[in-house]
Design a protein around this ligand. Sequence first.
Ligand SMILES: Cc1cc2nc3c(=O)[nH]c(=O)nc-3n(C[C@H](O)[C@H](O)[C@H](O)COP(=O)(O)OP(=O)(O)OC[C@H]3O[C@@H](n4cnc5c(N)ncnc54)[C@H](O)[C@@H]3O)c2cc1C
Length: 454
Amino acid sequence: MNVVIVGGGISGLALAHGLHSRGTAVTLLEAASHLGGNIQTRRRDGFITEAGPNSFVDREPTLRQLAASLGIEDRIRTADPSAKRRYIYSRGKLRQVPSSPPALLKSDVVPLGAKLRMMGELFTRRAPDKDESLAEFGRRHVGRTATEVLVDAMQTGIYAGDVEALSVGAVFPKVVELEKQHRSLVLGMARSQAAARKALPPGEGAPKPTGAVSSFDGGLQVLVDALARSLGPAARTGARVVGLRREGHGWRLSVEEHGQRSELAADQVVLAVPAYVAAELLRPLDEKLAGRVEGIAYAPVAVVHLGFAPGSLPPPDGFGFLIPTLERRRLLGVIHASSTFPWRVEDGRVLLTCMVGGAKRPDLVELDDEALVKLAREELRELAGITAEPSFTEVIHWKRGIPQYNVGHLARMAAIDEGVARLPGLHLLGNAYKGVGLTDCIRNANALVDTLTR
Ligand SMILES: Cc1cc2nc3c(=O)[nH]c(=O)nc-3n(C[C@H](O)[C@H](O)[C@H](O)COP(=O)(O)OP(=O)(O)OC[C@H]3O[C@@H](n4cnc5c(N)ncnc54)[C@H](O)[C@@H]3O)c2cc1C
């Protein structure tokens, strides 16, 4: 069996590595001149910047196991302990996010009335039988204000989305599962923690997740480079797939590579490309399926890195801060990159990574680099009192940044799965479908390795 994987982001790379390690013949075709997709780490002027993702939460063994299989587990670095402190800009200032339900009592992140309403979570009424939005779910559990401040900020940090549009079942399936079992999330969490304490420790020798925000000593590129080394010539860059058709029991792909058009035969094809690219390749095969895949929306995001010379700015505290939509600001949030990942800057420099745009302000991503730097500096001055002049700036525009699992996504996915099942030997993989985090992408790739090698 030979497998051709289209797309060399983390999803395609993790799949290729898994198949390659099991001795399956695999070819990965990546249109860009570099592997990694959204993951792009750069080094300049004493700063290590991330164009896309910055980190993963080491909560399940998936990513650590991948790193171990590549011999780079010792290069994983956990965030500075101060990164446990996170802030939200609310009612005129930065306020610390409580780390647990008891800490909420002392916190001023929401006003007293909203805190009292949050305590009523224990008496949440049962879920209606429908695909609920994250906002509807939030209001039912913690009330309107906590939804507008806390739930909105939380989704902004992952999806840069619209809390009224995102489907809770699609974006936080574990939370919905917890609700199904326990009705109240607070009760559910307390019971799960008690059960976990009683459970047996993980097996000897298995890599142990730390639960911490993590990256690698040279940024996430370390993972991409190790995957590229492991795949060698099986991963081809500058190879854009422009057509796909059935041939006998297999597939034939048209590839544009270094100005040449060629054809490639495959027993199995995996489209690990963004949904809008997959839709174009699927259109001649199944128009309806292509339409469903194309309907997955993306939120645009601009990333604005501001670097400060040593001594020009005291290191800001904690992981960073998020700004709920309700505040009507022009920033989505800021990562205190140098405080959280101190190894990413040389001697005393400060690096702030500002996120702009998202589903609610896509217009801002259209601004040019200079305007985005100006916007970020104005907002930092007003929100966090930061007036220092950056010595270094870098702007990345993600016109279609983060897939949005809006209400209807689960039904859409069921229909997409059905459509794909009618095309034997063809598979869809990637962040558009069943999880946007790096760990989700790798977990889904591992599951496909199992399916293909069964
Ligand atoms: C700004 C930003 C910040 C993020 N922050 C985090 C974070 O901190 N933590 C986290 O876990 N996740 C984060 N994410 C999400 C995470 O980065 C992505 O979900 C993940 O990297 C997606 O990987 P992928 O392989 O599915 O897709 P992609 O990375 O999009 O890869 C798809 C690949 O397909 C290639 N391709 C496209 N068309 C073709 C073609 N015709 N032929 C061949 N190849 C083609 C593309 O060039 C690309 O390399 C962030 C995302 C963004 C945009």
